[in-house]
Design a protein around this ligand. Structure first.
Ligand code: FES
Length: 167
């Protein structure tokens, strides 16, 4: 294993070696079974939070399949991510109703508060910022969601206090 994989957090988190060992065990268990690649990728993403290239390479090697097959599946399904994700996912609705009622201003304000772009994750891995089309709250637009919670009639001035709930 290279140095990257042997990094260890100073707190009680598992080392990367331990994570890779867990994934290897699951690969042994699922190898050869139908649909095993997706299940393994799910498991691996659950452990690491995302699927970096070196992890995809590891899985491809252990399954004796080309990396392109693994990468193809990862890029096909939107629930797989190759970038680190935040503990919380903020989705700003930019569907028609929300757009018309200021959704874009919400996006701009969040970008400013979090100091990231859409699609990125904050340095402290607290938040990932995304946009989406209609979350079913058009009557009370503009709306955003954080994880499974929907916030309606949001205005840029409310954002700081909403985010505070997650610290
Ligand atoms: S357009 Fe935003 S909730 Fe429907």
């Amino acid at each position: 294993m290279d140095n990257n994989q042997s990094k260890k957090c100073c707190c009680c988190e598992e080392s990367d070696e331990q994570k890779y060992a867990k994934i290897e065990k699951v690969i042994e268990e699922y190898k050869g079974k139908e649909g095993c690649l997706i299940q393994i990728l799910h498991y691996a993403q659950g452990i690491f939070g995302y699927l970096p290239l070196e992890l995809q390479e590891f899985i491809a090697k252990k399954l004796d399949i080309p990396l392109s097959e693994v990468s193809g599946v990862v890029s096909f399904y939107s629930f797989f991510s190759t970038q680190p994700r935040g503990e919380n996912t903020i989705r700003v609705c930019l569907g028609t109703a929300c757009y018309v009622r200021g959704g874009k201003k919400i996006v701009d304000k969040l970008k400013e508060i979090l100091d990231i772009d859409v699609g990125d994750t904050t340095k402290d891995r607290k938040f990932t910022l995304e946009v989406m089309r209609c979350i079913g709250a058009c009557g009370l637009a503009p709306a955003i969601s954080i994880n499974d919670k929907v916030y309606k009639q949001v205005n840029p001035d409310k954002l700081n206090s909403i985010l505070e709930e997650y610290y």
